[in-house]
Design a protein around this ligand. Structure first.
Ligand SMILES: [Zn+2]
Length: 148
């Protein structure tokens, strides 16, 4: 169960994210349900409801991440997840056509756990790329992405 996030704090988090999911970089105007507030370190792991521990996330990223803060590799090594407050997106991920690839251990762990490249999400991203809406100009500027 998560605590209620005050409206002023919600606005601060959404404003800082510039309309983007801070994990997959989809723009809120291209989502059906908009963005949600996500605890980077969940409350059950001691994460607080403060700006430094909150991120804007699309429903897919928020649902797949849940309360997780790390993931196991196939070799059984525990790897933390991407933290939008501490990490730079382009240091952990890159776009390869419509796939988001992890380029670090953190990126790979996050890509897998948040299911960035399952069929539905690939199809959505492929469609958005085709109509020049992904990555959005805001995402390209904020995360040093090249627009295809
Ligand atoms: Zn997302």
């Amino acid at each position: 169960m998560s605590s209620r996030v005050p409206l002023s704090l919600r606005r601060q988090v959404f404003s800082r994210a510039e309309g983007l999911c801070e994990y997959c970089l989809i723009h809120e105007s291209d989502t059906f349900l908009g963005l949600q507030i996500e605890h980077i370190v969940s409350e059950k792991h001691g994460g607080r409801t403060v700006a430094e521990n909150l991120a804007a996330a699309c429903v897919f990223c928020n649902r797949f991440k849940g309360s997780d803060i790390a993931s196991l590799t196939s070799a059984g090594k525990l790897i933390r997840l991407f933290n939008p407050r501490l990490d730079l997106w382009h240091e952990h991920f890159r776009l390869d056509r419509f796939q988001i690839l992890g380029v670090s251990k953190v990126g790979q762990a996050t890509t897998g756990l948040l299911c960035f490249n399952i069929a539905d999400r690939l199809l959505e991203r492929q469609t958005l790329i085709r109509i020049h809406r992904y990555p959005s100009p805001a995402a390209a500027w904020a995360h040093e992405l090249s627009l295809a």
